[in-house]
Write a protein that binds this ligand. Structure first.
Ligand SMILES: Nc1nc2c(ncn2[C@@H]2O[C@H](COP(=O)(O)OP(=O)(O)OP(=O)(O)O)[C@@H](O)[C@H]2O)c(=O)[nH]1
Ligand SMILES: [Mg+2]
Length: 206
């Protein structure tokens, strides 16, 4: 079992070439701006102040690395789809994000967060395509589940699951769950997923 509370901030980087050495295992959090990435990371490590969160989209603008131990890191990525950023900045960031996702060797798992009220944006679909091209494993968190009724949540969960299973897209197996940092719904399932990604590699190093 990984001790998530032993986490500490390591460094921030604007792009792949400035990231810390590409060794060990990394699990990154991606998703639209304001989806709840930084909050979910904080919920996982039980420290509300570790990753900066904000009501205003666009809070996280660098790739932030958090170290669990010498070989294991959690990575908070900037959100995409933030309308108020100039197009030129957006384009640059798209390149930086796609480079990180496609070429980072230590990246072994991606937590893709989608607000459960607005899942599967164009950009979410793009990320799923990039991940399938590099065989990157993805686990989807449908966040802010505390903001919706059970029926609506069930429908969203089915819709996203069906999308990942669409034979025309031939995506690799992707797991999906409901999550709330506020009510802690789904926290155990989320912890277990991350744990399994980290520990599997320690048992069967590549
Ligand atoms: N109700 C509710 N609000 C949440 C939840 N998770 C996050 N939020 C709120 O959503 C807002 C955005 O959260 P962040 O964690 O900063 O979002 P982010 O995805 O890191 O955003 P960027 O860094 O801008 O990409 C904050 O006001 C959070 O308090 C949740 O589970 N329930
Ligand atoms: Mg953030």
């Amino acid at each position: 079992m990984v001790n998530f509370q032993k986490v500490s901030f390591l460094s921030s980087a604007p792009k792949l070439s400035l990231c810390p050495p590409d060794e060990g295992i990394e699990i990154a959090f991606a998703g639209r701006s304001n989806a709840g990435k930084s909050t979910a990371l904080n919920t996982l490590v039980k420290n509300k102040k570790l990753a900066k969160t904000s009501k205003t989209p666009g809070r996280t603008q660098l790739i932030n690395f958090f170290e669990l131990n010498e070989k294991q890191r959690l990575v908070d990525l900037p959100g995409y789809g933030y309308a108020k950023v100039p197009l030129s900045v957006k384009r640059k960031w798209d390149i930086n994000l796609s480079e990180y996702l496609r070429f980072r060797q230590s990246l072994r798992g991606l937590i893709l967060l989608m607000d459960s009220r607005h899942p599967l944006t164009e950009y979410d679909r793009q990320i799923l395509m990039w991940s399938s091209q590099t065989n990157l494993e993805v686990h989807i968190l449908l966040t802010k589940a505390d903001k919706q009724k059970n029926n609506a949540l069930k429908t969203t969960l089915e819709k996203v699951k069906n999308f990942t299973l669409d034979p025309e897209l031939s995506l690799p197996s992707i797991s999906v769950q409901l999550f709330s940092s506020k009510s802690k719904l789904g926290l155990k399932e989320f912890e277990e997923k991350i744990n399994s990604w980290f520990t599997r590699e320690l048992l069967n190093p590549q």
